[in-house]
Design a protein. Structure first.
Length: 301
């Protein structure tokens, strides 16, 4: 892998991370009034249709295994997003972002177990620094663990396996990553619609306001159609552990936007203490340390 490919892949993943981090507050405000499952069904259906319209020509050479791979990845994405958004109803946006950021620890553990790959020392140090940063970002404490936090922690497993299976499937020969991205979104959208039907949620007459419309457009177009398609496409130029390390910056963006955009029933912002800014710095340092590998082949595993 060339240095330019690596830098471009990292830049795209960091941009995706910023989009996701900013969406925590938007989703928090939306799911207070709109059913979380309905929100996800509409969001992912919109994203799938957008990607389908743009890339429909890719389906001419569609392979059955691309449908299978995309559907498997989509299932884990479905699980992760569903539990995360439901969990947001019961916890703070910044707290949800912190727990989601714990994938930086879980991904290398599962990669070592499943793919028998151990990260290089600089990446390991970067992961440790990022985890320490996440801890400080949370205020160096994690009290009052609630039901929303538990659901978000379970959601992490969905995101972990989504990242790992993207790595496994996109590494295979003669695979069109765009087709995988299309069916990832399609399968997730389909599952959200099915769950909506099971729980008697009428998606046609679902309660929706201006805030929900804005959130659906932003998260559907940028946070889903663009972000998840870009993730599938560029992750083949990096590794699961490195991807998770970049994604650890998500709570940094989540905390920043939580301090800017009012949320919750009281419509207030979440002010960060000084120790949280130190945590943000450690996360960024961890990402830089992981980039210090000067190996021309850029083999981090």
């Amino acid at each position: 892998m060339s240095g330019k490919q690596r830098i471009l892949a990292d830049s795209v993943l960091l941009f995706v991370t910023m989009i996701w981090g900013s969406s925590f507050v938007l989703m928090k405000n939306t799911v207070l009034d709109m059913n979380p499952v309905a929100f996800l069904a509409v969001r992912f259906t919109l994203a799938w249709l957008i990607v389908l319209v743009i890339f429909w020509k890719n389906l001419r050479g569609l392979k059955l295994r691309e449908v299978l791979y995309g559907s498997i990845i989509g299932f884990f994405l479905f699980v992760g997003m569903l539990l995360q958004v439901i969990g947001l109803k019961f916890t703070y946006a910044s707290k949800s972002a912190f727990i989601t950021g714990l994938t930086v620890i879980l991904v290398p553990v599962f990669v070592a177990l499943i793919e028998k790959k151990v990260p290089k020392i600089n990446v390991t140090v970067g992961v440790i620094l990022a985890f320490a940063g996440l801890w400080l970002l949370s205020g160096a404490k994690f009290s009052n663990f609630n039901f929303g936090d538990f659901l978000t922690l379970l959601a992490d497993l969905g995101f972990v396996f989504q990242i790992i299976f993207i790595d496994i499937f996109t590494a295979k020969d003669n695979i069109n990553t765009i087709n995988i991205a299309i069916f990832q979104l399609m399968s997730a959208a389909f599952l959200y619609v099915i769950v909506s039907m099971i729980f008697g949620i009428n998606l046609i007459n679902v309660k929706i306001n201006l805030t929900a419309i804005i959130t659906i457009l932003i998260t559907g177009i940028l946070g889903t159609a663009l972000a998840f398609t870009a993730q599938v496409f560029v992750q083949k130029y990096t590794t699961p552990t490195h991807t998770a390390l970049i994604f650890s910056a998500e709570p940094v963006f989540g905390a920043i936007f939580s301090a800017i955009i009012p949320s919750g029933p009281n419509n207030t912002t979440e002010i960060l203490p000084l120790i949280s800014y130190v945590g943000c710095g450690l996360i960024l340092i961890g990402m830089i340390v992981a980039e210090l590998n000067l190996d021309k082949n850029y083999s981090m595993e």
